[in-house]
Every structure is written in structure tokens, then in C-alpha cells.
Write a protein that binds this ligand. Structure first.
Ligand SMILES: [Zn+2]
Ligand SMILES: [Zn+2]
Length: 163
């Protein structure tokens, strides 16, 4: 139930360490919107240079998110392809537990605004219909004329600003 490295056993040209940890190792609270949907997976290379422990590689986990546009739950792989850990060891004979580092790097790789698909059309702001699944028939131009002009104005200004 942990990713343990024993420094004294690392081969002089390094070791490859591959495996899985149960999804509970992510420690996501039950009321969190993101939930683990599969084990933590890791493919690491472990090197010992003098007393310096250097670990690089890839860590990943399958996570269930709620889409930030349409609220539909979906699963995706969250991956950190450049996992890096370095530590000066005081005692080469005491094992190093990397579980916390791996968990943290996966959680840091979570998308800020997870979306079920990049083309997700989200929910209708008027009736709440999921626009990926149905056309609700709400018209977009029922706002007062003044505010339509306002937004046109803004769009024009930003376009000019870019040139
Ligand atoms: Zn969506
Ligand atoms: Zn609608």
C-alpha cells in the first residue's frame, strides 16, 4: 500500500520501478467532485548519485470529474509525464516512501476546468437543458437591445486591440 524505495538496493545504473497503488491512496475526500476511478499507476526511474536520490518518470490515475460546462460526470486519465523527486539521504539504509509525492503530483495535474469533451456545448443559461443532447429552442437574442449593443461594442474593441 505504498511506493517504497530502498536506497541501498538501487543498482549503480539505476532501477526501473513500475506498479499500481489502490485508488484510495489518492486520499480524495468523499464529498470532492473529482473521484478516483482506478488505481494510481507509476513508471519511475530511480537513481542514486552519492547520497542524492533522484526519481523521474510518469505517474497517472483515472479520475471521474463533473464537467465544468454541462455537469455530466466523465472519466479521464490524469497524467504527470515529468514526475521529479530529489532528496539528499541521510541514511542509505532507511526506505523512502514516495506515495505522498506521487499522489501530490497527480492532484496537481488535475484540470482546473475539466470538460467532458473539448466541444462540450454546456447547459442552456435560460432553461438548463444540456445542449450536447437536446436543442431546447431558447433563442439567444431575447436580451434587451441595449445589452446586445454593449456586447457588440466590447467585441469590436477587443478585436481592434489585438491588431
Ligand atoms: Zn460537458
Ligand atoms: Zn434553453
Amino acid at each position: 500500500m505504498a511506493i517504497i524505495i530502498e536506497p541501498s538496493r538501487i543498482a549503480t545504473d539505476g532501477d526501473d520501478l513500475e506498479g499500481e497503488e489502490p485508488s484510495e491512496a489518492l486520499g480524495l475526500p468523499a464529498d470532492e467532485e473529482a473521484q478516483a476511478a482506478g488505481p494510481i499507476r507509476y513508471e519511475l526511474n530511480v537513481q542514486l548519485a552519492g547520497r542524492e536520490l533522484i526519481v523521474t518518470g510518469e505517474v497517472a490515475a483515472r479520475i471521474r470529474f463533473a464537467c465544468s460546462r454541462c455537469a455530466t460526470p466523465f472519466e479521464t486519465d490524469v497524467r504527470d509525464g515529468s514526475f521529479f523527486y530529489e532528496q539528499e539521504l541521510e541514511d542509505l539504509h532507511s526506505p523512502v516512501d514516495l506515495t505522498g509525492e506521487v499522489r501530490e503530483s497527480i492532484i496537481l495535474a488535475f484540470p482546473t476546468y475539466p470538460v467532458c469533451q473539448s466541444a462540450c456545448r454546456g447547459l442552456c443559461p435560460r432553461c438548463g437543458a444540456n445542449r450536447n443532447r437536446e436543442q431546447c429552442g431558447c433563442t439567444e437574442t431575447t436580451e434587451p437591445i441595449g445589452s446586445v449593443f454593449d456586447s457588440l461594442d466590447v467585441r469590436e474593441r477587443t478585436e481592434h486591440g489585438r491588431t
